[in-house]
Design a protein around this ligand. Structure first.
Ligand code: HEC
Length: 163
């Protein structure tokens, strides 16, 4: 009859079905919906213009902060349509439209490959947090939120550890 207590103990170690986000992650969620959700989607909220942030959730906090503040882009290009002026664009995988990042909120532009004159390295568009003066504390909160959504991490992110 040692099985039942052992099972109950194990069950107590499992996360509840729908555990509440820790305080810092909850603050980060509010900040995210105000400052990031125009271009990123988490927990089904927001618009997935930029990359899915759950992919980088397991990166160490400082690494995530560097990615947020980075002025170098990987997926954004300077796209010149044959019949128009060049714009900063990002193309979702497997889609035939581009997000026009010169518009805020970004707008979808249907553009087939044969309608594009050139596609060059982006030197113009900067990621919003690289030009906004968000505090390290706000970004620590949002990192905690990304980690919470990504793998239910309850780790508190100390803003001082990010500088
Ligand atoms: C106006 C749109 C926009 C807003 C607002 C925005 N982002 Fe982004 N974000 C992007 C785009 C586009 C990229 C892809 C950049 C590239 O080409 O590497 C990106 C990339 C990222 C990356 C790197 C992801 C990876 O896998 O490399 C992180 C992290 C990130 N954003 C976090 C944030 C956070 C946190 C906020 C809010 C504070 C935010 N972003 C606000 C559009 C946006």
């Amino acid at each position: 009859m040692k099985l039942l207590p052992a099972l109950l103990f194990c069950a107590s170690l499992l996360p509840a079905d729908n555990p509440a986000a820790p305080e810092q992650a909850a603050r980060g969620a509010t900040f995210f919906s105000q400052s990031c959700a125009t271009c990123h989607s988490l927990e089904g909220k927001g618009t997935a213009v930029g990359p899915d942030l759950t992919r980088i959730a397991r990166v160490p906090p400082r690494g995530i902060l560097v990615a947020i503040r980075s002025t170098v882009t990987q997926y954004v290009f300077l796209v010149k349509p044959k019949d128009g002026v060049a714009f900063a664009g990002i193309q979702p995988e497997g889609q035939s439209f581009w997000w026009d990042l010169d518009k805020l909120p970004p707008e979808q532009r249907p553009l087939k490959p044969d309608q594009i004159e050139s596609q060059q390295t982006n030197t113009k568009w900067k990621h919003p947090p690289s030009k906004s003066d968000y505090s390290t504390r706000q970004l620590a909160d949002v990192v905690a939120y990304i980690k919470w959504v990504g793998y239910q991490s309850r780790e508190t992110i100390d803003p001082d550890s990010l500088e």
